[in-house]
Write a protein of this length. Structure first.
Length: 559
């Protein structure tokens, strides 16, 4: 019987699996794919690409803007709209609005029209800047301060040249706050004041107990909010101070991170560098920051002379010392007649004795001194019986030698403006990046600097001479002095969290109106002046606002 084959049916699953794993041949009836059309010719005036790179993916959509840092239903104190912000850092201006909450800046940027405020300030066609800080003021914060506000000054730094604003800084600052000032005020403790308070004789070395008491007074003033120490080494009683005394008083300042602001011993062309060296040595030993008050070179000539002085200062910086300076943009100084008189006619010497026993010598000294300082026509009396007239005019009208007029008035009988500085020197010093603006004035005195210095910077040095940009000038008048005092991030800035001290102005509209013959004319051009979130001037007129306060230094721990 023949063998039967096994049926093939059980092998079908294997065949199915093999078929699934093998690529299927194309159907016989499938036509070949058509040839790709030739590439289109390149457009005229272009070169064909050798190969086209793959298209880059489209950029991702920008993230949605962050929500504003305020509630949509909030009503702000102020909204400053439509201006270009110059923030006080020296950075270029940018288009931005500013919102003020209380006495602080709450927001800087584009603000939706729906955001509400109690007052909206139109800054179209204008810049919005920080309020200016007068780094060297002799103003009275609770007095009439329109002279300062009219040129954009919102903070006065007082207690200059070795003279404290009061014998005790703490109670004085409390008095300022209670009086609700229209500007802010920062105070220094004066070396001359503390010397007088302990009864140290003007031209003798303090006894150890007196020196310790002076140190204690400086330390207490710093604790109460003073920003540093001032010296007036060209005046009494500062003229008698030794290096040991100056270092002893500067040490508490250095320990707390404060600044020493010094009217140095001499600003004359032949002595200014050595006088700066005295300040630098004092601050190096005390580990304090150094600041040169109303920097100038009396009788110095030319930009090259200014360059030599700046190079001298730069050496101190290169050695690790922090050095800044302020100046006023004029070629005349202003102080008492005492700077003309010899030591034998000034304390501790007796002026009466000098007249009685050394008058010919005194007369000869005064004649030589005045002639060296550009002559009798370069001295304009600011106070006393001859105010508003030059020494030359007075002497001519009286038909006497000009030295006789000086002897008659005496070293403490008047103040005067002295035209003893060079425009090129002043301009080069001002342009230095570490130099800020200080008026060395206040509401009185026969010098236009107190009413016009800040306006003059904008009108003359920025707009006319193009010596610096507006951004740099604003930095010199706001951010730089704030940083020097230890107020960076607090004053002198336009950004969130800064104090709301703001100016709105068009630089071409700013005008200095004060002159040497009419020194008490207010500057023009500020649209709005805001102090602590309060409008103090609007449209060139004062308001009833009182947004200022006493500023207090918080010490090294804050820096």
């Amino acid at each position: 019987m023949p063998r039967l084959r096994k049926p093939l049916l059980p092998a079908l699953p294997l065949l199915v699996w093999l078929a699934a794993c093998s690529p299927a041949p194309p159907p016989l009836s499938t036509p070949p794919p058509p040839e790709a059309p030739p590439p289109a010719p390149p457009p005229p005036h272009t070169l064909p690409l050798a190969s086209s790179p793959p298209q880059a993916p489209p950029p991702p959509s920008p993230p949605p803007p962050p929500p504003p840092p305020f509630r949509s239903d909030e009503v702000f104190r102020l909204a400053v709209r439509g201006g270009h912000v110059i923030d006080g850092s020296g950075a270029p201006r940018r288009r931005a609005d500013v919102l003020v909450r209380g006495d602080r800046i709450a927001f800087v940027g584009d603000v939706d029209p729906s955001v509400r405020a109690e007052r909206t300030l139109d800054a179209a066609g204008a810049v919005v800047t920080p309020g200016f800080l007068d780094a060297h003021s002799h103003g009275a914060p609770l007095g009439n301060v329109e002279y300062a506000l009219a040129m954009g000054v919102t903070t006065l730094v007082v207690g200059q040249d070795g003279r404290s604003p009061a014998t005790r800084i703490g109670p004085w600052l409390a008095k300022i706050d209670a009086g609700r000032p229209r500007v802010h005020v920062a105070a220094l403790v004066g070396h001359g004041t503390v010397r007088s308070l302990v009864g140290a004789a003007a031209h003798t070395k303090p006894r150890p107990a007196e020196l310790q008491r002076m140190r204690d007074l400086v330390a207490q003033a710093l604790h109460d909010g003073a920003f540093g120490l001032s010296t007036g080494l060209e005046y009494d009683p500062g003229r008698g101070a030794s290096m040991d005394e100056l270092v002893a008083l500067a040490e508490p300042v250095g320990a707390r991170g404060g600044v020493v602001m010094s009217h140095v011993r001499s600003e004359d062309d032949d002595r200014v560098e050595s006088s700066l060296d005295e300040l630098f040595e004092m601050c190096r030993k005390a580990k304090a920051r150094a600041h040169v008050a109303h920097m100038k070179i009396v009788l110095g000539r030319g930009a090259a002379r200014a360059e030599r002085l700046l190079a001298h200062i730069e050496k101190a910086r290169a050695a690790g010392l922090s050095v800044t300076a302020d100046l006023y943009p004029y070629t005349a100084s202003y102080t008492s007649l005492a700077v003309l008189f010899p030591d034998f006619a000034r304390p501790p010497s007796s002026y009466a004795d000098a007249l009685r026993s050394r008058r010919p010598e005194l007369a000869a000294f005064l004649r030589a001194r005045v002639e060296k300082r550009n002559g009798a026509g370069a001295m304009l009396f600011g106070t006393g019986a001859f105010a508003g007239r030059t020494l030359e005019e007075v002497a001519t009208s009286r038909r006497v030698p000009f030295e006789d007029i000086l002897i008659e008035v005496g070293p403490d009988g008047a103040e005067a403006a002295y035209f003893v500085m060079d425009e090129a020197v002043m301009a080069r010093l001002f342009a230095d990046r570490f130099v800020m603006v200080g008026t060395d004035g206040g509401g009185g005195g026969r010098h236009p600097r107190g009413f016009g210095a800040f306006a003059r910077v904008i009108e003359e040095l920025v707009e006319k001479q193009r010596l610096v940009s507006l951004e740099e000038a604003v930095r010199k008048m706001s951010g730089l002095p704030a940083r020097t005092l230890g107020l960076d991030g607090e004053r002198g800035c336009v950004r969130e969290g800064c104090g709301a001290d703001l100016l709105v102005f068009s630089p071409g509209e700013i005008h200095e109106r004060a002159t040497f013959t009419e020194p008490h004319r207010l500057a023009e051009g500020m649209r709005f002046v805001v102090v602590g979130g309060v409008i103090e001037r609007e449209g060139g007129k004062a308001t009833a606002g009182r947004g200022g306060r006493a500023l207090r230094f918080m010490g090294a721990e804050r820096r």
